[in-house]
Design a protein around this ligand. Structure first.
Ligand SMILES: Cc1cc2nc3c(=O)[nH]c(=O)nc-3n(C[C@H](O)[C@H](O)[C@H](O)COP(=O)(O)OP(=O)(O)OC[C@H]3O[C@@H](n4cnc5c(N)ncnc54)[C@H](O)[C@@H]3O)c2cc1C
Length: 468
């Protein structure tokens, strides 16, 4: 009888899970394990919204497995130690896992491949987090793309991998010790935001809801921050409660059934391609986690050119982070993030540009804040979004294209509904007041601050900074 281990990481589902399907196909018994990280209280890049979602996904996964006769084993600590321990306990001959798209996960896989083979077992990894792997979409010269549009054209031309059959045969592994399912207390955290319903079933419901209606209007509505027009699937793609292959397949089927709506469906698929574009940017340029992708922008004189984990950015950053800038649209976005662990894409762009181009604070501080507070925090997309907004990344917004928060409000929240939802001090004001700076010295409301900078002056400084 052969035994293998399936190591769940960011693939917290049973449907179309390539590594899990392969393990079950080739072994009599498959031990199912998730290994908790062991940091506590403060983590530079993780916070309670994402950890709480993770806890919920693990609880749902354990219940799904139990309903099919399986048992999720929970361990904690460095994965190298936990997996070797499990190999010893089970005499397993192989460890199966889906590959991580980020450099930290990849480095771990390289270490594990050696450790596991030293123990005469196999370490087998599978493509899962993206439809096309990080080096599958290349230019004619076999080099990585740096610009999105040609990347997306090449991506669309490739044959799409099929989904894998869903497994139903699990063994209970009752003899193995397991920690209890985690809660926020595991990391010394407390709840910050109401949780988004976690788990595979909830993710599937979100998919069904989105494909049942909103996707047909997506091209026209995706930039509106209020109204629920977007899919809200980013945390599911991040934790693997939905398979990207299955999501793409469903979209492609829908487009062939409703050709009139195919442009809107294609716009949605385009966003899924952005996600994969940023995966491959990070894969080919892992140093973007330490500095600007474009070398000539590495010496820009930001106000806070030190790493966020070494020193906080200062009081101006705190006003931005807590939604107290005096720019209603920026404050609404930042307060939505604190209250929900999420923020609409348009607002991510507005608030990120404001931090970098109006406050001249190094994007890395914003990147780190977003990672700690976003339920969908994804290293590659977050870095990509921040480097795009600060004009330092691949295919970034050119430095002279600086969004004006007042005119962005006019375009994307003309009725002020979004602002009024998140900035209650402004609830009784007419929306046109949110679309231009207030008269000097006159705050919009009693408890609401004056704009902390003059946008035109801040913009001129940014242009001068980049030109220098
Ligand atoms: C500064 C900044 C930081 C960001 N940080 C993250 C992050 O940490 N995690 C994250 O998943 N996305 C991030 N994004 C991208 C985007 O804002 C979110 O993916 C999107 O808002 C999630 O909502 P949704 O699922 O309703 O998106 P939808 O509009 O429904 O899009 C569908 C899916 O496409 C992908 N997607 C959409 N837009 C982008 C994009 N610009 N880049 C990469 N993938 C995209 C996401 O997986 C998303 O779930 C960031 C964008 C910016 C500008």
């Amino acid at each position: 009888m052969s035994t293998a281990i399936h190591w769940f990481r960011r693939d917290l589902r049973l449907t179309d899970n390539p590594a899990l399907t392969a393990a079950l196909a080739h072994h009599d018994e498959v031990i199912l394990v998730y290994i908790l990280s062991s940091w506590s209280t403060q983590h530079h890049w993780s916070g309670s919204p994402r950890q709480e979602f993770l806890c919920g996904c693990l609880t749902a996964l354990a219940a799904d497995l139990a309903s099919k006769g399986g048992r999720l084993i929970i361990r904690q600590g460095p994965p190298e130690d936990a997996l070797v321990q499990l190999l010893i306990e089970t005499n397993a001959t192989a460890i199966y896992t889906n590959r991580s798209p980020d450099p930290f996960g990849h480095a771990l896989e390289i270490r594990l491949a050696k450790i596991v083979s030293d123990r005469h077992a196999q370490f087998l990894t599978y493509q899962d987090a993206a439809i096309h792997e990080r080096d599958a979409v290349l230019t004619g010269e076999h080099t990585p793309f740096r610009v999105f549009t040609p990347y997306s054209k090449a991506w669309l031309k490739l044959d799409k991998p099929p989904t894998t059959p869903t497994s139903t045969r699990f063994s209970p592994s009752t003899h193995l010790p397991s920690l209890p399912l985690p809660s926020l207390a595991t990391w010394g955290l407390t709840r910050q935001t109401p949780p988004i319903t976690p788990g595979e079933a909830a993710a599937r419901q979100r998919v069904e809801h989105f494909l049942d209606g909103p996707i047909f209007q997506y091209a026209a509505t995706r930039n509106q921050p209020i109204g629920g027009f977007n899919s809200r699937l980013s945390q599911d793609l991040r934790h693997g409660t939905i398979s990207p292959r299955e999501l793409y397949q469903k979209c492609a089927d829908l487009a062939s059934r409703f050709p009139l709506h195919s442009p809107s469906i294609a716009t949605f698929i385009n966003e899924l391609i952005w996600r994969e574009f940023y995966f491959q940017v990070l894969w080919h340029h892992p140093d973007i986690l330490d500095h600007e992708l474009q070398p000539h922008y590495r010496q820009l004189p930001w106000h806070s050119h030190w790493r966020p984990e070494s020193q906080p950015a200062g009081p101006a950053f705190d006003r931005w982070a807590n939604g107290q800038t005096g720019f209603p649209i920026v404050d609404a976005g930042m307060r939505e993030l604190l209250a929900t662990g999420s923020m609409h894409n348009r607002l991510r762009m507005i608030t990120a540009m404001f931090l970098t181009k109006d406050l001249h604070i190094w994007w890395m501080h914003g990147e780190s804040w977003f990672m700690r507070h976003l339920v969908d925090g994804e290293i590659a997309s977050n870095n990509g979004g921040w480097q795009w907004s600060s004009s330092t990344g691949t295919d970034a917004a050119p430095y002279f294209r600086i969004q004006n928060p007042w005119s962005q409000t006019k375009r994307f929240d003309p009725s002020g509904t979004y602002i009024k939802k998140w900035v209650p001090e402004l609830r009784d004001l007419p929306p046109h007041l949110f679309q231009e700076p207030p008269a000097p010295g006159l705050p919009l409301a009693k408890n609401y601050p004056l704009p902390m900078v003059n946008h035109q002056q801040a913009r001129d400084l940014t242009l001068a900074m980049f030109r220098r």
